[in-house]
Design a protein around this ligand. Structure first.
Ligand SMILES: Cc1cc2nc3c(=O)[nH]c(=O)nc-3n(C[C@H](O)[C@H](O)[C@H](O)COP(=O)(O)OP(=O)(O)OC[C@H]3O[C@@H](n4cnc5c(N)ncnc54)[C@H](O)[C@@H]3O)c2cc1C
Length: 494
């Protein structure tokens, strides 16, 4: 087969991953990225000696990263040094008590027992089951392109579904096991990453508990941006061309074939196009309506992961009681969830997350300073409200001050905020969503937006809005799935 020219739109994890796999197959790959830097939601910025990862901060499922690099004969350690955080994270509750997720399983059981008698053994069983699910889903099921349900009609898969109750809501299982509200929140927290609460997420996703509680939380020294740098270095070494500051304006179609992409009103011809930009943006802004897989009504009915208000702060002193990952569950968990998913509105007393990577990594802040990143999730599509954003800043700073017993406000020497409007402007994100479509039961596997355009033969999609879903590891896997589909198409065609 002669070398084919492939355009990839977007340089997030899914675009970089697809580019590596396609270049490995011998194709001539060009990535077009609208922003100045590569990495999409995982870009980094540097200001006044502080280096901030703009989006993801939790490195879970290290085996997925290892498998990615191994596919190219490399090791993760060829690119960055991975540190295992201990404890992985802490949760701060409304009675001012804290829970630390330690790596030692016996210690974990003891801390569960301290909260509720008998819960240690229940946790052990729950995590054993989660490990089993992780092993079956992350090796085989997760790599399916999900064109149709038929890929899953295999007796061994059906048997697993029945045996492990994969499709009932995760919260049924958790709430049956644990009476303590604290334990329920600890066990249900990891699925928040999938964009919905545990009552809407199928029990299949206790694989997230296996990731968080058994595999542990890691940190690539230098920040999450090290993964982006590693993947773009690998892509370049395979011959991929990466062109930044280049927003694609249109995917040009003739008949049922994409001819190429338009940039500055000029057509650049390619043999195939893969969009790793937000799916909705690709379809609504880059394609004429007759070529779309889905219309606006389809997207209106989807359940999206929340948007977020983000604050990047530089603090000119050390804050003892913060650790690398801190979850402030010190207000009403259910009220905040209801304001995101049931009756979308600005919640008054939000839960929030504080990342303080300078606890682990001296390179991300000047000496004796802390690098603090705060994430406050909220419903998508809320009208931008400066008063609420200011209120959020005041309330989270006060609550961090209360928990740490330290004065923080006068020590903030750098502050940048990032809101839903920034998600729209910087990533063409649908209604400002932060991390794609939620992995609810009706939006899992073959029920997700398809990786292939149904009307244009050589147009494909990757990223957090298609399979397998939101998060860094799934986006990397998405690139692998779609690269295989696209390569198969080009091979069969020729
Ligand atoms: C605040 C935040 C925190 C998160 N935390 C975590 C975490 O801790 N752990 C985790 O695993 N995951 C986390 N996630 C999710 C994870 O970051 C994403 O799922 C993943 O990065 C998505 O990758 P992607 O390739 O699908 O999309 P993106 O990273 O959004 O990449 C798409 C790219 O397409 C570009 N683009 C858009 N339109 C065009 C166009 N017309 N022309 C050219 N380029 C275009 C965009 O600029 C962007 O660079 C977080 C996300 C956010 C936002």
């Amino acid at each position: 087969m002669s070398k084919k020219k492939i355009a990839i739109i977007g340089s997030g994890f899914s675009g970089l991953s697809a580019a590596c796999y396609l270049a490995q197959k011998g194709h001539l790959v060009t990535i077009f990225e609208k922003n100045e830097a590569v990495g999409g939601r995982a870009r980094m910025f540097e200001q006044e000696g502080f280096k901030y990862d703009m989006g993801p901060s939790w490195y879970w499922m290290p085996d997925v990263f290892d498998r990615f690099f191994a596919d190219f004969g490399k090791k993760t350690s060829d690119y960055y040094k991975l540190l295992k955080l201990s404890p992985g994270f802490q949760i701060i509750f409304n009675d001012a008590s804290t829970f630390s997720m330690v790596n030692d399983s016996e210690e974990q059981l003891k801390s569960f027992e301290n909260i509720e008698k008998g819960s240690g053994n229940k946790l052990k069983k729950f995590l054993k089951n989660a490990e089993y699910k992780y092993n079956i889903s992350m090796t085989d099921l997760v790599l399916k392109p999900c064109h149709s349900v038929s890929e899953f009609i295999r007796w061994d898969i059906i048997k697993e579904v029945i045996k492990t109750n994969l499709f009932s809501p995760l919260s049924y299982e958790v709430r049956a096991l644990f009476k303590s509200e604290k334990l329920r929140q600890i066990v249900e927290f990891p699925v928040i990453f999938l964009g919905a609460m545990a009552d809407k997420i199928p029990a299949l996703y206790s694989i997230m508990n296996y990731a968080a509680m058994v595999q542990g939380t890691y940190y690539p020294n230098g920040g999450m941006v090290k993964i982006v740098e590693a993947m773009s270095d690998l892509a370049k070494s395979l011959g991929v061309e990466i062109i930044t500051s280049s927003p694609i304006e249109k995917i040009e179609i003739e008949g049922n074939i994409a001819r190429g992409v338009k940039i500055n009103s000029k057509l650049i011809e390619f043999d195939a196009v893969l969009s790793a930009a937000d799916y909705h943006h690709t379809e609504m802004n880059l394609l004429e309506s007759k070529y779309r897989n889905y219309d606006e009504a389809y997207w209106e009915k989807r359940i999206f992961a929340p948007s977020s208000v983000l604050f990047y702060l530089g603090i000119n002193k050390k804050i003892d009681k913060l650790i690398h990952h801190n979850l402030f569950f010190d207000t009403d968990y259910h009220a905040h969830a209801a304001d995101i998913y049931e009756k979308p509105q600005w919640t008054k007393d939000p839960l929030f997350y504080v990342c303080c990577p300078s606890k682990t990594d001296k390179s991300v802040a000047p000496e004796n300073c802390e690098n603090v990143f705060i994430l406050i999730p909220h419903a998508i599509q809320l009208e931008e409200d400066k008063t609420m954003v200011d209120h959020y800043f005041d309330t989270v700073v006060k609550r961090i001050e209360k928990y740490t017993g330290e004065s923080i406000l006068p020590h903030i020497i750098f502050k940048k905020q990032f809101t839903a409007q920034n998600f729209i402007e910087e990533y063409n994100s649908y209604k400002g969503n932060a991390y794609g479509l939620a992995n609810t039961l009706m939006q899992t596997a073959f029920l997700k937006p398809k990786v292939k355009n149904k009307k244009v033969k050589n147009l494909f999609y990757a990223g957090q809005l298609t399979v397998p879903g939101p998060g860094v590891p799934p986006s990397i896997i998405s690139g692998k799935i779609v690269a295989k589909e696209l390569h198969n198409y080009l091979t069969l065609k020729n």
